[in-house]
Design a protein around this ligand. Structure first.
Ligand code: ATP
Length: 520
């Protein structure tokens, strides 16, 4: 882990790495406990909501007819209305049956006129029916004695409702008490862990300072060596090696000094045989910014991403990252599957979801590398595992809700609009608590409205989660509207770096990428 040939004794490095690992483990535990506390609070809120809804619905069911009676409706009215409703329903269905059967039998005859006749007959029938009903159920307004009786019945219902609420509140108090105890125990545990984490932060910062001094010493030793080598007979390989080494140390020093840099790419080269896909590319990505990488087709954008995420091992150059623990690491020393732990998540040009799983399950799969449960928990299906499952499920659902796509949580992503699938991919990257998200052409295949929508979601993720976004995109509208800074490349070489305005007015970029006209 860390830089090869980096300063400090083996013991120093070993201690620092173990501090970083402790920091990570604590961070996961804190997240889990916070999630669990949230689950308990949610449980109480759900109980109150469900219970009061039930009480209200029972009360309404029982008191509605009584209230109707108080408002002038007598028992005979209720019966009469019920019978008329039945009659109307019968008439409606027989009209439908009549329409279809007559149509089938009498194609040439006008159905409309037949229906008119039928409706008239039905109206006469209904009038007769109403007369009979009126005789059978005469409208009698109730007297004060009946009114009193009804009011007494309503008062009993009110009392019953109040009793039910009282019981509910008692139960709620009990739940609240247990939640309170749980929160108290856990918040003190969380506070203790956060305390430990702060101490670890200090230790890591101290290590960085120590490293800064030792790196500076190394640099003082290597630089004259480099100059001497340049001025004498030298082998190209030896010189490149030393140059690369000095560049690495200089970048680490720069990043320790300037905490606003998240990722530093320097003199990156990637050759595929004779093809120079990336040729001496240097740029920094600042913490918390939206950074865009643009360039014509085949310029090498995806290759840059593949080098950073270690899909490809770069031919030469340095990629230095400030990880989530503020530890400065050389990405070259890591494998692709380590990237998530270092705080990097990525999405691909094509949507890569598991179609057989629900959207929420897709998100949960992404979080598996950050679980705190052990192999044993999974084998034995312990309570801890079930709890963690719930915590992660809630987290996934909240992310979907935050991005406005919670309605798709429980269905398969198969057949969903492309715009939604892209958002699901973005949501999935958030499950790993990344500090840097790398997006490869997020707007590819989207229409204008979907692109605008996605732009807002990317901005939201950047602002609300405080995540650095590094994206490759062809859609100039999207890049210019959301990026804080843009890097333009052509044939693997840097041709412009700056704000969207600066890039738009950069003559070299216009020539290579925008076609040197004023349309875009
Ligand atoms: P696009 O905008 O079309 O996605 P890009 O800017 O992402 O293009 P890359 O895909 O990075 O460009 O490719 C840059 C150059 O590297 C191209 O000439 C490509 O043919 C070459 N290249 C990329 N990957 C490989 C590989 N695995 N083997 C050989 N050549 C490759």
């Amino acid at each position: 882990m860390g830089l090869k040939n980096k300063p400090g004794t083996f013991i120093d490095r070993y201690i620092n790495n173990s501090n970083v690992n402790k920091h990570r483990a604590l961070e996961l535990k804190i997240n889990y406990l916070k999630g669990l506390a949230f689950e308990y609070e949610k449980k109480h809120d759900e109980f109150i909501q469900k219970e009061s809804q039930l009480i209200e619905s029972y009360y309404l069911e029982d008191s509605q007819p009584l209230n109707n009676q108080l408002n002038g409706e007598t028992k005979s009215d209720i019966k009469r209305n019920k019978l008329i409703k039945k009659f109307d329903q019968k008439a409606y269905w027989s009209r439908r049956r009549f329409k279809t059967s007559e149509l089938r039998r009498n194609n040439e005859m006008k159905v409309e006129s037949l229906l008119e006749l039928w409706d008239k007959a039905q109206k006469d029938k209904k009038d007769d029916y109403l007369k009979i009903l009126d005789q059978k159920y005469p409208h009698v307004s109730h007297n004060s004695i009946t009114t009193n009786k009804i009011e007494a019945k309503i008062a009993i219902l009110d009392e019953r409702k109040a009793k039910q609420y009282k019981m509910m509140n008692l139960k709620s108090q009990k739940i609240q008490q247990t939640v309170k105890v749980f929160l108290k125990n856990n918040s003190s545990r969380i506070a203790k862990m956060q305390n430990k984490n702060t101490k670890l932060n200090i230790l890591i910062a101290n290590y960085n300072q120590k490293r800064l001094k030792e790196d500076q010493k190394l640099l003082d030793r290597y630089k004259p060596e480099l100059v001497a080598l340049q001025n004498t007979q030298h082998s190209e390989k030896q010189l490149l090696k030393l140059e690369n080494h000095v560049d690495k140390i200089e970048n680490v020093i720069k990043m320790i000094k300037d905490e606003s840099i998240h990722l530093s790419v320097s003199h990156l080269k990637m050759y595929f045989g004779g093809i120079k896909a990336i040729n001496d590319l240097t740029f920094d990505v600042q913490k918390g910014e939206i950074f865009g990488l643009i360039g014509p087709n085949g310029a090498g954008k995806t290759t840059v991403f593949n080098c950073i995420t270690q899909f490809y091992k770069a031919t030469s150059g340095n990629m230095i990252l400030r990880n989530k623990e503020n530890h400065i690491v050389n990405l070259d020393d890591y494998k692709t599957h380590d990237m998530i732990k270092e705080g990097i998540a990525r999405s691909f040009q094509n949507v890569e979801l598991i179609w057989e799983l629900t959207v929420l399950d897709n998100l949960m799969v992404a979080a598996h590398s950050l679980l705190i449960t052990s192999f044993f928990d999974h084998m034995a299906h312990t309570r801890k595992l079930l709890r963690e499952d719930k915590v992660i499920r809630t987290k996934g659902y909240q992310i979907l809700k935050n991005l406005g796509i919670e309605e798709y949580a429980f269905r398969s992503p198969y057949g969903l609009p492309y715009g939604v699938l892209k958002k699901i991919e973005l949501a999935r990257t958030l499950m790993t608590d990344p500090a840097l998200i790398i997006l490869d052409e997020p707007a590819a295949g989207l229409n204008d409205a979907e692109t605008r929508d996605l732009a807002n979601v990317i901005k939201k993720v950047n602002k609300e989660y405080g995540i650095t976004i590094f994206l490759v995109e062809h859609d100039m509208g999207l890049v210019m509207s959301i990026c804080d800074r843009i890097c333009a490349i052509s044939f693997g070489k840097l041709i412009g770096l700056g704000s969207p305005k600066e890039i738009q007015s950069n003559p070299e970029v216009r020539k290579a990428y925008l076609g040197d006209d004023d349309d875009e």
